[in-house]
Unconditional design. Structure first.
Length: 140
């Protein structure tokens, strides 16, 4: 893509922008293919990924306890303790990477700039967050 304004001279030729892509235009799926390959490799090694997640969880919980203890000790001494950002979840908040939808809503009308892949990404992201929720107790 070339810039529209190539010169500030009056004699410069005006170059119009190309038309925006339509819903039916082919798109480059290289990044999506790489992501699906990584997902396939992770699914092929589920025990290893479960161990990796467990190690992350133990390290994260220990670090949160250390930070909490340091903050409490600083508060007891009348000092302002520094707060360090830590993730509480292995998943990032917000839209899935590469997606345009913030959440999956099957009953919502489809906007014209939302593609089917955006709905798939949002649905997969919602299922991942659901899998991390603690099991609900039966109250019946």
């Amino acid at each position: 893509m070339f810039p529209r304004i190539r010169s500030l001279d009056d004699d410069a030729r005006y170059t119009p922008l190309p038309p925006p892509p339509s819903r039916d235009d082919p798109m480059n799926a290289a990044k999506l293919t790489l992501r699906l390959d990584a997902l396939g490799q992770a699914l092929d090694d589920l025990p290893g990924q479960a161990q990796r997640f467990a190690r992350w969880k133990v390290r994260n919980d220990a670090a949160l306890q250390r930070d909490r203890a340091a903050r409490d000790a600083a508060a007891a001494g009348g000092k302002q303790g520094s707060v360090r950002f830590r993730r509480f979840s292995p998943l990032r908040r917000g839209r899935p990477p590469g997606g345009r939808l913030p959440r999956f809503d099957p009953d919502a009308p489809r906007r014209k700039n939302i593609r089917e892949v955006d709905e798939i990404l949002a649905h997969a992201n919602a299922m991942a967050f659901y899998a991390l929720e603690p099991p609900r107790r039966d109250t019946s």
